[in-house]
Write a protein that binds this ligand. Sequence first.
Ligand SMILES: Nc1ncnc2c1ncn2[C@@H]1O[C@H](COP(=O)(O)OP(=O)(O)O)[C@@H](O)[C@H]1O
Ligand SMILES: [Mg+2]
Length: 264
Amino acid sequence: MAEPAKIAVSNQKGGVGKTAVAINVAGALNARGRDVLFVDLDPQGNATENLGLRDEYDSEPPSLFDILSDAEQRERISELVCQHEEMAVIPSNIDMTAVEPELTLARRSGEQLALALEHIENEYDYVIIDCPPFLGNLMDNALYAAQNVLIPALAEDTSKRAFELLFDHIDALERDYEIAIRERGVVVNRIDVRKTQAKDMIEWISDAFEDTPVWEVRERAAIQRALANGASIFVEEPDCDQLEIFENIATDLDAQFDFQEVTA
Ligand SMILES: Nc1ncnc2c1ncn2[C@@H]1O[C@H](COP(=O)(O)OP(=O)(O)O)[C@@H](O)[C@H]1O
Ligand SMILES: [Mg+2]
């Protein structure tokens, strides 16, 4: 099988919907027949919990911490893979809260996730990486491994500053590692159409990201409910009116990454 498409779902701002978008994009890709590997790189393990893998968060070593901080354990990443009904998952772990300083000390500190994923990634069409809410070594590992970003953001004024910080960070990483990171889309999330600010911000974002698709996801209780029940809306809330948006995202990503129409 060919190399998978790898996408980091990034924004250092918390609560913008990285985890919600990552899980629902993964669910949409699965519904299209794609094999998805989901990596929860947030030490808080929200996605791990939202995918019903809470026990894994407290599991014994080796955990993702060991895979990222000890080169001799790297190959054991295959032992971490859990099977969710929609996707394969590499869960986060309580030990991940201690990984930042470990990575600072490591040689090739930003490359550890990429080196580990090499052992398993070819079994999948997509690797979706849910990023932590800070610009540090873990974020670098996600961006370096994926070299593609999908950016969830709120339709609020604070998003301008968040984009600025994120792109400064991406620019620096591109220079340091001599790589190119591509923006695959922006997901304006949790839109409340009753707020006038929302409309202005969507316009601002669409202008700022001229050559990048910008999708709009509304604030919906069904999205929250699905996560609380351990899966994407495709499984838990198939009547949610935002399903179509995630289908569009998946279709567009398939086109961007030159996937052929699924025939099976
Ligand atoms: N479109 C949405 N509609 C309603 N609630 C949402 C939506 N997107 C995210 N949420 C909720 O908002 C909170 C923050 O989202 P989350 O995905 O955890 O953000 P992040 O990963 O960026 O910190 C969560 O409680 C999540 O369920
Ligand atoms: Mg999150």
